[in-house]
Design a binder for this molecule. Structure first.
Ligand SMILES: Nc1ncnc2c1ncn2[C@@H]1O[C@H](COP(=O)(O)OP(=O)(O)OP(=O)(O)O)[C@@H](O)[C@H]1O
Length: 435
């Protein structure tokens, strides 16, 4: 039974973090260094006390000559502690313009995500001193509020999996004292002494100097980081609200954008682009989008190109267009089996269409714009192209709108309208999932 201040700190933070995420278990990212070895012991104590399932993963980057030795160390430590262990080998192909550390980190998170069991949160060993180093590294690069807020105690990977950092408020010296007190063995990465790396230089030279001169430097920096993170949370909330107000389907409504201050307008465009995978548009690109979007010429041919796609304007909205969204294959999906995660549709009940008859084949088709339909509430029948144009759907989007067919008859146009002949108040709503 471990009785120490460090354990109490970690126990309370693990309680908050893992229960708020409803994690099925904890997957310790174990490098064999003192931080993650202490983390493993603390988590094991926590797991025994609170009946939580553990696993540990070592990622072998193959970058150090000692990598295999470290892997063996982690494996035998886990065997001794009776914690299920997995090692994951990754290979890092050097890309230009990205540092080796950044590539190793990216590969590591991917490997941890692959190795962690479903529903488990990944637990990482970054601590208070790492946090201050991250802050100073970001300051050096000229980061804004988000970057200076450094590491969050909880983050989410693209897969939806959570990562948690229960040691973020614990200092390196407390972690090392804990390891000494309990006689814990760990590996020492000799590259940590090499001041050629910026992080090591800050750790070994700069922070000790600042700490010796300014009382409470580390604690005060952590306080600033906490304030920055809270402020960023407010900005995130306001940004999401602004985006919801400006969004119509996947597009951005220009009139709604005009109702915002310049700073909030730029911010919404940035957020919208980041949801398309464009993290940092340059100010020049942003200014160009704004200038062309707000030009009085409704029909102006706005097209701002990015590597992954382009921003285009159609009437009163901005669209994100990629090669894919322009050329959607015509596909027919047989929906006779409608249960299960992998089906391309979700079924809801309400104002929709009647159920298909048993002898009707349901399919989803794209791009058959010449097929005719009489939408509910419209006086006559016309082509899908006509009705989509009528709804101001830009030409390049029309091919990628999913239409549900009963046999060869279009009955529902995803989220837009249904056929008058098939409409039913207490019917079914076909919601075709995005790819
Ligand atoms: N080889 C590894 N295998 C498994 N987990 C690892 C490995 N290396 C690091 N970790 C995990 O990541 C934590 C942070 O490690 P480190 O400070 O070396 O990473 P970093 O490159 O600064 O990455 P980050 O941006 O995530 O802080 C460790 O405490 C440990 O939990």
């Amino acid at each position: 039974m471990i009785n120490s201040r460090v354990y109490q700190q970690v126990e309370s933070s693990l309680k908050v973090l893992s229960s708020s995420l409803d994690a099925k278990g904890l997957c310790i990212a174990l490098s064999g260094g003192v931080d993650s070895v202490v983390l493993l012991h603390l988590c094991r104590e926590y797991a025994n006390k609170h009946n939580v399932i553990l696993q540990a993963v070592y990622v072998n980057h193959g970058l150090s000559q000692h990598a295999t030795q470290w892997q063996q160390f982690c494996q035998s430590l886990c065997e001794t502690l009776n914690v299920p262990f997995v090692a994951k080998q990754v290979s890092i192909t050097r890309k230009a313009r990205t540092s080796l550390e950044a590539q190793a980190r990216e590969a590591r998170y991917q490997a941890l995500d692959d190795a962690a069991k479903a529903g488990f949160a990944i637990v990482l060993g970054q601590h208070a001193d790492d946090q201050v180093e991250t802050f100073l590294l970001r300051l050096k690069r000229g980061s804004g509020l988000l970057g200076l807020g450094a590491m969050r105690a909880t983050t989410q990977l693209a897969s939806g999996r959570y990562c948690i950092r229960p040691l973020l408020a614990v200092s390196r010296s407390d972690i090392e004292a804990f390891a000494r007190q309990f006689g814990l063995e760990h590996i020492t990465d000799e590259s940590n002494a090499d001041d050629a790396f910026d992080r090591n230089f800050l750790r070994n030279q700069v922070i000790p100097l600042l700490t010796s001169r300014f009382n409470g430097f580390v604690a005060n920096t952590l306080r600033s980081i906490d304030i920055l993170q809270r402020q960023q949370t407010i900005i995130d909330e306001v940004s999401e609200e602004d985006l919801q107000k400006c969004r119509c389907r996947m597009a951005l409504n220009i009139t709604a954008l005009q109702g915002l201050s310049c700073a909030r307008r730029d911010n919404v465009i940035r957020l919208w682009l980041s949801k398309q995978g464009i993290e940092m548009p340059s100010q020049k690109q942003l200014d160009e989008i704004v200038q062309q979007a707000f030009s009085s010429r409704q029909d102006s041919q706005l097209e701002i190109r990015f590597k992954q796609g382009a921003v285009r304007r159609y009437r009163d909205a901005l669209y994100w267009v990629t090669e894919n969204s322009q050329k959607h294959d015509i596909e027919t999906v047989n929906l006779n089996e409608l249960s299960g995660q992998s089906t391309p549709v979700a079924l809801q009940t309400g104002k929709g269409v009647r159920k298909p008859f048993t002898d009707e084949i349901v399919s989803i088709r794209y791009g058959r714009l010449k097929d005719k339909i009489k939408p509910q509430g419209k006086p006559g029948s016309n082509t899908l192209k006509h009705w989509l144009k009528d709804l101001h759907i830009p030409s390049w989007e029309r091919d990628s709108i999913a239409v549900v067919y009963y046999n060869d008859t279009p009955v529902a146009v995803n989220g837009l309208f249904v056929s008058a002949e098939h409409a039913e108040d207490n019917g079914i709503i076909w919601v075709v999932k995005d790819d």
